[in-house]
Design a binder for this molecule. Structure first.
Ligand SMILES: C[S@@+](CC[C@H](N)C(=O)[O-])C[C@H]1O[C@@H](n2cnc3c(N)ncnc32)[C@H](O)[C@@H]1O
Length: 298
């Protein structure tokens, strides 16, 4: 639990341009690293609403969150519109998304996120959802396995890999899968199971669709001048964020297929995405793949 180091903390807080009496959303609370710093900048008229869909995440573990101007919602961030509406909030001053999994999730072998430890083939961040990695590996059709290994894992020859996965059923633990990826990706430079684990995790948690849908839901809640900050850890996440910002920040009227009713409503802050400093890279290995994009509502 103490191993979690918040990624791009200073850069996030600077980018959010926090107003002391503003309303902010931390869509991915985790250990509350970003939330703690946001709260420090708010006065008693400000409000921070944090989401996390993992039932083992608990802000009550930290005294910093025993404040009237902090609300925690133990739900998927894709319910953000429902909860904000319920709270009578129609505009916010900023939002941060720090996608992916926390150290607490990866370090607990029973959660099944790590290929370095033998554990349950689970991979659910929200344990209320029914589908697990074990179900996918043992029950999915060839076509469905092919889809996830190709689209979410970027695995070479995904049809052949899917055949191999099916041939070697059943799978009961993470190491059952690692044994198979070790055989299939004998000469891989990175860990043989990295791509297969990524594909399974994205499918189990419906990660790409949740990000895409929630970014779209967020746009109407953003007040003029408010900022959206998104930290991604792999190219699929980043692609969704990049496409979303591009969609709302570029004039598409002269394109062959103009977007219907498209209006420029976002301004990209920073031409190039922000990456961790060399100091952060050396202090936190998890930050290596982090890539941050910031947009401002016009
Ligand atoms: C990288 S961690 C966030 C760490 C946090 N920023 C900190 O500094 O402590 C990502 C967190 O987001 C949560 N998460 C991922 N996808 C989510 C979703 N769709 N809805 C709600 N929470 C989500 C995960 O459960 C995890 O706790």
């Amino acid at each position: 639990m103490l191993n979690h180091i918040t990624v791009l903390l200073k850069e996030t807080i600077e980018s959010l341009n926090i107003k002391p009496d503003g309303i902010y959303v931390d869509a991915t609370f985790g250990f509350g690293g970003h939330s703690k710093e946001i709260l420090k900048k708010l006065n008693k008229n400000g409000l921070l609403i944090a989401f996390d869909h993992d039932q083992s995440v608990d802000p009550k573990l930290f005294v910093e969150f025993e404040q009237e101007n902090f609300k925690f919602i133990n739900e998927n961030f894709n319910t953000l519109d429902l909860y904000l509406n319920k709270m009578g909030i129609n505009k916010i001053d900023g939002i941060i998304f720090d996608f992916g999994i926390s150290s607490m999730q990866i370090d607990n072998k029973d959660r099944g996120f790590s290929y370095m430890q033998d554990g349950n083939l689970d991979m659910r961040m929200d344990r209320r959802i029914e589908i697990t990695a074990k179900y996918i590996l043992n029950e999915y059709s060839h076509d469905n396995l092919l889809r996830i290994f190709r689209d979410y894992g970027d695995i070479n020859k995904p049809h052949l890999f899917s055949n191999f996965i099916i041939k070697n059923r059943p799978y009961n633990s993470t190491f059952d899968l690692v044994k198979i990826t070790d055989l299939w990706f004998k000469n891989s430079k990175s860990h043989s199971a990295k791509k297969a684990f990524q594909a399974l995790r994205i499918e189990v948690n419906n990660e790409v669709n949740n990000i895409r849908d929630t970014l779209e839901k967020t746009i109407d809640f953003l007040k003029k001048g408010s900022r959206l900050v998104a930290i991604s850890f792999h190219s699929l996440e980043d692609k969704v964020v990049k496409k979303f910002i591009k969609k709302y920040s570029e004039d598409h009227s002269d394109k062959k297929i103009p977007l219907i009713n498209q209006k420029i409503t976002l301004k990209r802050i920073n031409r190039k995405p922000i990456r961790p400093s060399s100091h952060e890279l050396s202090a936190n290995s998890r930050s290596h793949s982090a890539i941050m994009r910031v947009a401002e509502k016009l």
